[in-house]
Ligand binder design. Structure first.
Ligand code: ZN
Length: 243
């Protein structure tokens, strides 16, 4: 009887540990390489690649290998931030529908995507996925073919949702780390919707973005963390664009 009780206690303890931290140790160390700036701006400092997504309000100069742009709203396509990190070796990845504004950056290395394409750039697999509003159609209409991306680095799948509501396509996505907008004016309709989207894409770690400046607050990020407690590890990264 004692053995059964002891075994049950061990099983219970394992369950508790798993519920509190379902992420993989490799993912936890990979997270150390991720930096957040204003809005949806992310830097991934991978082993041999520096990748930026939607760089915005970047203060320091840097040498990006790849810059991904989700769409050409000014808080996602920011020429002054791009100028600080663009070199002759940088590849810019952008929606084909934003070509006119991307060409103004003057870069010769640009790869355009439409939704649902997959291309390998500098040994990084990049998949483009749709990003759009269902209710607030005027901000990010589906017909604009703006994007989110799933990037695979060192076998880890990283999803950056772009500016989007929770869309039906998300249930077919699979990722390890998800950058999810909290918004509520231009992106998600509620924090709960953002949390449900994280479950749709089967993320092990979720990092909230698109809050704390024009829409969404730190309180929303904390609520997002609470809603996913025991299901998905949520990491609230500091905004490094704030001096
Ligand atoms: Zn936008």
């Amino acid at each position: 009887m004692k053995t059964i009780i002891g075994f049950s206690i061990i099983l219970f303890a394992i369950n508790i540990c798993f519920a509190e931290d379902p992420s993989h140790p490799d993912l936890d160390s990979f997270i150390q390489n991720i930096h957040k700036f204003a809005q949806s701006s992310i830097k991934i400092d991978a082993v041999d690649k520096i990748i930026y997504i939607d760089p915005y309000r970047i203060q320091k100069t840097d040498s990006a290998d790849i810059i991904l742009i989700t769409h050409d709203h000014k808080d996602h396509l920011d020429p002054s931030s791009i100028a600080k990190i663009l070199t002759s070796k940088t590849t810019i990845v952008a929606p084909a529908s934003c070509k006119k504004n991307i060409q103004k950056l003057g870069s010769k290395k640009v790869v355009y995507f439409t939704p649902r394409e997959e291309k390998k750039i500098d040994n990084v697999i990049i998949e483009s996925v749709p990003a759009y509003n269902i209710k607030k159609k005027r901000f990010h209409p589906k017909k604009n073919n703006w994007l989110g991306y799933i990037i695979t680095i060192d076998g880890i799948r990283i999803y950056h949702a772009g500016d989007t509501e929770r869309i039906p396509e998300m249930k077919k996505f699979q990722c390890d780390i998800a950058f999810m907008p909290l918004g509520q004016t231009y992106t998600m309709n509620s924090v709960k919707e953002a949390a449900e989207a994280v479950l749709d894409v089967k993320a092990k770690i979720a990092i909230p973005i698109h809050f704390g400046l024009y829409e969404g607050s730190i309180d929303d990020a904390i609520k997002f963390q609470k809603l996913l407690n025991g299901k998905v590890k949520v990491i609230i990264l500091p905004d490094e664009s704030v001096e």
